[in-house]
Ligand binder design. Structure first.
Ligand code: AHG
Ligand code: MN
Ligand code: MN
Ligand code: MN
Length: 332
């Protein structure tokens, strides 16, 4: 197996990426470079988040994005930083971002990769100093190099991801990602400007006693979802909901638990976006031994029809996701 020599905690991200690349004799280093480009943007965005109260980048930007949401200044800043890092890195031909309606062509027509990104997740928490994040998903383009990326390059099922990860800007800043051989977590040391391996080979508990859902929407939930939430209460599980998907997901990944954003009467397909929220976290949770479904089927097998489409989202410990699916199956 690739991890014959598990790397010691404390290894830098750069060394880790280089070591992993040696395991792939045919790797030409482009994906490694792409991951370094993402880590660079994360360091820059981290610094801007940490000082957002001091310089005038808090608050709303005064625009609405394609989601109909009021863009926050940091939404826009993070978007610019990640697009610039990926453009300058040269490996990515096309980007799908939550903050841009159309695909973004980077000009790197020889780039072999497409990236879907949520540059800043949990925007409602930015100005109140609660953890927020970045979520990204990487595909190999299917169209020939030499031209712009196409919609087909972007609208691939989650099973085709070559990498996925997130940054959580929390009490410490971490980068957690997978390239299909397990999940590893790196903690940022700002005084050195380096990410260090702190959570090697993350595996998620098969079950857990935390459930995360916005119960303010309960009147809109289907019967099966309400029944499952009642079940969690009968089991005396803990309710934990931060309102930042990355923060809720990261806690449940490490401790065990389930995060749910179901369809509601108002939002027929839920709120979360398949391309740059659900597929990315689904790849990670499956690599960590967990499960991700839309209530009926595996998230990573959903065929995207449009760049910003939403899907109901149930993700976390396998036994809890399966229990939720059982309750929902009864409603049909
Ligand atoms: P984003 O800030 O990238 O638009 O995502 C917000 C998402 C997710 O982070 C969070 O879990 C969810 O919205 C919270 O939604 P509610 O406020 O409806 O609970
Ligand atoms: Mn948003
Ligand atoms: Mn988001
Ligand atoms: Mn966002």
């Amino acid at each position: 197996h690739h991890d014959k020599l598990a790397l010691p905690v404390g290894t830098t991200l750069d060394r880790f990426i280089m070591r992993k690349q040696e395991d792939f004799p045919y790797a030409t280093g482009e994906l490694s470079q792409l991951l370094r480009d993402i880590a660079l943007a994360a360091k820059i965005v981290n610094r801007e988040i940490n000082r957002s109260g001091l310089i005038d980048i808090a608050g709303a930007y005064g625009n609405r994005n394609v989601q109909g949401e009021d863009q926050q200044k940091l939404d826009v800043i993070a978007n610019i930083r990640f697009i610039r890092a990926l453009r300058n890195g040269g490996e990515v031909c096309t980007i799908v971002s939550e903050e841009d309606e159309e695909m973004i062509q980077t000009g790197n027509v020889q780039g072999k990769y497409v990236v879907a990104i949520d540059p800043l997740d949990g925007s409602s928490n930015i100005d109140v100093n609660v953890s927020i994040g970045t979520i990204f998903s990487v595909y190999r383009r299917v169209s020939p190099t030499g031209g712009e990326g196409t919609e087909q390059d972007c609208l691939q099922t989650g099973t085709h991801q070559v990498a996925a990860g997130y940054v959580i800007y929390g009490s410490s800043t971490m980068l957690v990602y997978t390239t299909g051989n397990g999940v590893n977590g790196f903690t940022y040391e700002p005084s050195l400007g380096e990410f260090f391996l702190s959570h090697p080979h993350i595996t998620s508990p098969k079950t857990g006693s935390i459930y995360s859902i916005n119960e303010g929407l309960s009147n809109d939930f289907t019967e099966g979802v309400r029944e499952f939430v009642a079940y969690c209460k009968q089991q005396n599980y803990s309710a934990r909901y931060i309102g930042s998907l990355v923060a809720d997901f990261h806690r449940n990944l490490l401790k065990g638990g389930i995060y749910m954003y179901p369809a509601t009467l108002k939002a027929k397909k839920g709120k979360l976006r398949l391309m740059y929220e659900c597929n990315a976290l689904s790849f990670i949770v499956e690599q960590a031994g967990g499960k991700a479904s839309d209530g009926q089927q595996r998230i990573m097998e959903l065929q995207p029809q449009s760049l910003h489409e939403r899907c109901p989202f149930f993700i976390g410990s396998t036994e809890l996701v399966e229990k939720a699916e059982e309750f929902m199956a009864r409603e049909f």
